[in-house]
Design a protein around this ligand. Structure first.
Ligand code: SAM
Length: 693
């Protein structure tokens, strides 16, 4: 810093440098006037049309989806408003968004100082959600490399109770800051030029003052030798304004989700490594470190801190992909008939297992017998390409994950190798299905190291991440949205059944210690979906990059889509070891989502058995479980027409307490089947009796 200050002591040199920098820009009329009312179109010369909520504006149909009418109605209901309000909002001149982009400034805050982000109130939420939707669909596609738009979206997410989505956008913003500062980055040109266009619209006097601050070295941000190829002014704005904002939002968003390790990592990186003198960010990690719950990790290096938090499990207000499952029953039943001719899907009322719904009963789907089924009869036989395994070396078919035929065995010659990438499939049929379904997107991509051969404690998360990878590869190969995939579309992600606006509590946008099960940051909605920086943000971006997918322009893999996919997979994917005994300590190794199989509900007194090798099969049980409260039920005489198929998601030979623990992950709460209710009641009576003695 001193060397630099000396080098600019000569005022003439400094002014010449400043003039040269400013002279390199085309200074338009916009620069001289205030940013108020200045629209993005001034520089980007894009259309001035603003879409209405119906998707129409001045007779022009917009390609981007808008919030569906029913969703808006649902969101607005508690306020007695109508969708008219939002139509008006979206038709309004959205220069207010642009004004916010131009006026985005970073000020270091003192400890405990109130954040510049105002906490929004319940009544603001519909407007906020509409703006979020507008930014996602109008601004991001137009300015995908613009760091300021990402920061704005991140702030809006945080204020609306989505700290996870805020962290996701803030991380992309941080990557864009890196791209601007690194001339060799593949997105350097785009990120720099989109930001330059914004800076050109900032009033000249503010631009000069920013550069003057840099020249006299009074800015607080660490000095960095300017690169000859660098756009000096853009670099200064990134360092002084946008990068610290990205850190602030990323650290706060992650900590709010319970991601201790990554939240602290980024807060510390900003303050310690990057030298941002932000007492507010410092407080973010200092406060947590003195917290009793964290004290036990204090002795551990940061890398060993826990990083798994929980977030909302929801059909996002802007998610237009979720089908009307009850309305689509006949299409679903056609799919069911292909794998299980004697079974059909019906609506069924189930007990609500969490408090994340507004009623005690929820209407879901269940599988029923269309005709009598004999004991021992196979009633469902389903194949899927939505599979994954976390072993690097195992001899498994890449497509169906069945064991590959051993060398010299009868089926050995049926195995097929992809001529391009040498990946092996158990048969020509599997290879062809893989080609059509997912393989084209990953053929030759260097994905082997991602999430493979992980320690046992991480095996399950790694498998879910690999399922995500497979789903993204399927969407790429089949050129569709991942939530539109046949294997994904109808799966119920155990989404909360609450109206976000009804429950809304203003999220804490300033720093304060996070309480366990903090629901305020999440807008008052409980969180049941596991979330980590590694699996929800970083790894998916790495996977996309390995598949050569542009992580800034391709919105179909946004974090809310990834969260929705995880919500669908957790609770429906089946898992197993990949063969050899004695491996149980290594955690699950192979997983798959079978879209029809997973629609059957659970009971601890199931009437089917299942087994999964290359395909998954249901058999009508030869013998039912015997338990004390069961009266007069015949065993082993098959399943009668109209009876529900009762699957089992856990080992039904375990005692009730352990069964409930195992099944909780897939059910989302304590199993309330007849057997569990009876046996748990017996247990309670037992405890009472013991206590009396
Ligand atoms: C794998 S899905 C089963 C299909 C689901 N009913 C549907 O409509 O897609 C698992 C979810 O179904 C519900 N479920 C399954 N068995 C249940 C049971 N015995 N009691 C209550 N809910 C159950 C829970 O919401 C659980 O998270």
């Amino acid at each position: 810093m001193e060397a630099y200050q000396k080098s600019v002591q000569d005022v003439d040199t400094a002014l010449a440098r400043l003039n040269a920098t400013l002279g390199s820009y085309k200074l338009g009329a916009n620069n001289a006037r205030s940013s108020r009312g200045c629209s993005p179109e001034a520089t980007f010369s894009a259309s001035k049309k603003v879409p209405a909520a119906s998707g129409e504006a001045s007779g022009t149909r917009f390609a981007t989806p808008v919030l569906p009418h029913e969703r808006l109605e649902q969101l607005l209901k508690p306020f007695g408003s109508t969708t008219e309000t939002l139509v008006e909002l979206e038709q309004e001149d959205n220069s207010s968004i642009w004004k916010e982009v131009l006026e985005l400034r970073y000020t270091p805050l003192e400890r405990g100082e109130v954040s510049p982000l105002r906490a929004i109130q319940k009544g603001d939420l519909p407007e906020w959600l509409s703006y979020i939707h507008y930014i996602q669909n109008k601004y991001i596609p137009k300015y995908p490399y613009l760091v300021t738009i990402r920061l704005l979206l991140s702030r809006r997410y945080l204020q609306a109770g989505y700290p996870d989505l805020a962290a996701g956008e803030a991380y992309r913003a941080l990557l864009l800051c890196d791209a601007v500062q690194d001339a060799s980055d593949e997105y350097h040109e785009q990120a720099s030029s989109q930001l330059r266009n914004v800076i050109q619209q900032i009033p000249l006097v503010q631009r000069i003052s920013m550069l003057k601050g840099e020249l006299v070295g009074d800015t607080g941000a660490p000095y960095r030798e300017p690169d000859d190829d660098m756009d000096v002014e853009v670099d200064v704005w990134v360092r002084e304004q946008y990068q610290p904002w990205a850190y602030r939002l990323l650290a706060l968003g992650l900590l709010r989700c319970g991601c201790q390790k990554s939240g602290h990592f980024f807060a510390r990186q900003a303050v310690t490594d990057k030298g941002y003198e932000d007492r507010w960010l410092e407080q973010c990690f200092a406060d947590e470190q003195t917290d009793e719950t964290i004290a036990k990790y204090h002795k551990e290096p940061l890398k060993d801190w826990p990083d798994k938090g929980y977030v909302r499990r929801e059909i996002y207000p802007w998610n237009n992909w979720e089908p009307d499952r009850l309305g689509d029953l006949s299409a679903l039943n056609e799919q069911m008939a292909e794998v299980a001719p004697k079974l059909e899907l019906r609506a069924v009322e189930l007990p609500a297992l969490t408090n994340a719904v507004s009623s005690n009963i929820v209407t879901q789907l269940g599988v029923f017998a269309k005709e009598d089924i004999k004991a021992g009869e196979v009633v469902l036989d389903e194949n899927t390409m939505l599979t994954a395994n976390n072993k690097l070396q195992d001899a498994l078919c890449d497509a169906c994950n069945a064991d590959l035929p051993t060398i010299g065995s009868e089926n050995f010659l049926q195995a097929v190798e992809c001529p391009e990438c040498q990946v092996v499939f158990c048969s020509q049929e599997c290879f062809e299905r893989a080609e059509q379904s997912y393989h084209q997107a990953v053929c030759g991509a260097d994905l082997d190291a991602l999430s493979r051969d992980v320690p046992p404690a991480k095996a399950a998360d790694a498998l879910y991440a690999l399922l995500l990878l497979r789903a993204m590869a399927m969407a790429e190969t089949q050129d569709c949205h991942p939530l539109e995939l046949n294997e994904v579309k109808y799966i119920w992600g155990d989404f909360h059944g609450l109206t976000p606006t009804e429950r809304f509590q203003p999220p804490a946008c300033h720093w304060e210690k996070r309480e366990p099960n903090d629901i305020v940051s999440h807008g008052g909605i409980p969180q049941t979906l596991p979330f980590s920086f590694e699996h929800n943000i970083k790894l998916p971006l790495q996977m996309l990059e390995k598949m050569d997918i542009n992580i800034f322009t391709e919105q179909k893999y946004d974090l809310w889509v990834i969260n929705t996919l995880y919500a669908k997979f957790r609770g429906t994917a089946s898992a197993r070891l990949s063969g050899l005994g004695g491996r149980a300590i290594r955690g699950p190794e192979v997983t798959a989502v079978h879209p029809m199989w997973c629609l059957a509900n659970h009971s601890c007194d199931p009437n089917v058995r299942w087994e999964w090798g290359g395909s998954i099969k249901f058999w009508a049980r030869q013998e039912r479980i015997g338990w004390r409260g069961k009266e007069g039920q015949a065993t082993g005489d098959g399943i009668k027409k109209g009876e529900e198929i009762l699957n089992h998601y856990c080992d039904v030979d375990l005692p009730v307490k352990e069964r409930r623990e195992w099944a909780r992950g897939s059910l989302g709460g304590d199993c309330m089947c007849e057997r569990c209710v009876f046996e748990a009641g017996e247990g309670e009576q037992g405890f009472e009796a013991e206590a009396k003695q």
